[in-house]
Design a protein around this ligand. Structure first.
Ligand SMILES: Nc1ncnc2c1ncn2[C@@H]1O[C@H](COP(=O)(O)OP(=O)(O)O)[C@@H](O)[C@H]1O
Ligand SMILES: [Mg+2]
Length: 256
């Protein structure tokens, strides 16, 4: 298997592509179409991860999937996030991108909520052949808890480590990580994290995977393991995604 040298992992938050204040799945199709246009010119190896937004979090909460082994609830939640993924993938294809769905329920096992194993051989071959895998937050089979809800953020961190991604960007709905005055922080490191942690909260909408604090924790773990820098930026603002993909740093850097 050849080693990819230039993999970019781009995450689009469920907060951007859905109306996250809704408790049933509500897509933001104009946002998805704009984002697909911004990605369409990109020609390096790319993996897209997207969040579940209102297609996932309210259901995961309703069925308490991390704690109650309810097959029906798990299936309903998975089907719902899969339908958002289908909208995402078909929109990417319409924009000329050779996007393919990769569903975590089918290729991932977790242990107490942390990914322990994800099948990657197909992803390597997809990248070698110019396909763009599109992966999403999902419910997966868990060794200890039967099911667990895996965030797109955790998937980003796992894949960036395993595939040695050269660029990692997480697009959400704020300009980055903000301090208590609403000012965007330029960087978070393991040394200033203690001080910044008190400004970090969960989502203002339903998000069972920890909101901004969850994101920063995943990315700090990544840079502790690999030294990789990642960026949290506003994907709601037009041209930010294309700006990031063209190699510019943007938003809050999470770095060593
Ligand atoms: N310090 C902070 N800086 C930015 N966002 C924060 C902060 N603390 C809490 N948040 C919340 O986290 C949300 C982003 O997390 P989340 O809703 O999980 O987004 P996504 O759907 O993109 O994963 C923001 O919209 C905001 O409500
Ligand atoms: Mg989230």
């Amino acid at each position: 298997m050849s080693q990819h040298k230039n993999i970019t992992i781009l995450k689009i938050g469920g907060s951007v592509i859905t109306d996250k204040s809704s408790d049933i799945g509500k897509v933001q199709i104009e946002e998805i179409e704009r984002i697909c246009q911004e990605i369409s010119g990109y020609s390096n190896d790319l993996i897209i991860v997207h969040g579940a937004g209102s297609y996932g979090h309210p259901l995961a909460k309703k069925y308490d999937l991390d704690n109650i082994p309810d097959p029906k609830g798990a299936i309903i939640t998975h089907s719902s996030v899969k339908s958002l993924n289908e909208i995402m993938v078909s929109s990417l294809q319409k924009a000329g991108i050779d996007a393919v769905s990769v569903h975590p329920l089918n290729n991932t096992v977790s242990n107490d909520g942390r990914i322990s194993d994800m099948f990657l051989s197909n992803i390597h071959i997809m990248l070698e052949n110019g396909l763009v895998p599109v992966i999403h937050g999902d419910v997966v089979m868990d060794i200890t808890n039967t099911f667990s809800v895996i965030s797109g953020d955790q998937i980003v961190s796992y894949l960036a480590n395993k595939l040695k991604a050269s660029r990692v960007g997480i697009g959400s709905i704020e300009d980055g990580v903000m301090d208590n005055k609403g000012k965007t922080l330029t960087k978070i490191t393991s040394s200033n994290f203690k001080e910044i942690e008190k400004f970090l909260g969960v989502s203002k909408n339903t998000d069972v995977t920890g909101g901004m604090l969850g994101k920063v924790n995943e990315l700090l773990q990544l840079c502790e393991i690999t030294g990789a820098t990642s960026y949290i930026f506003n994907a709601k603002k037009p041209n930010n995604i294309s700006y990031f993909l063209s190699g510019h740093n943007i938003g809050t850097a999470i770095k060593k």
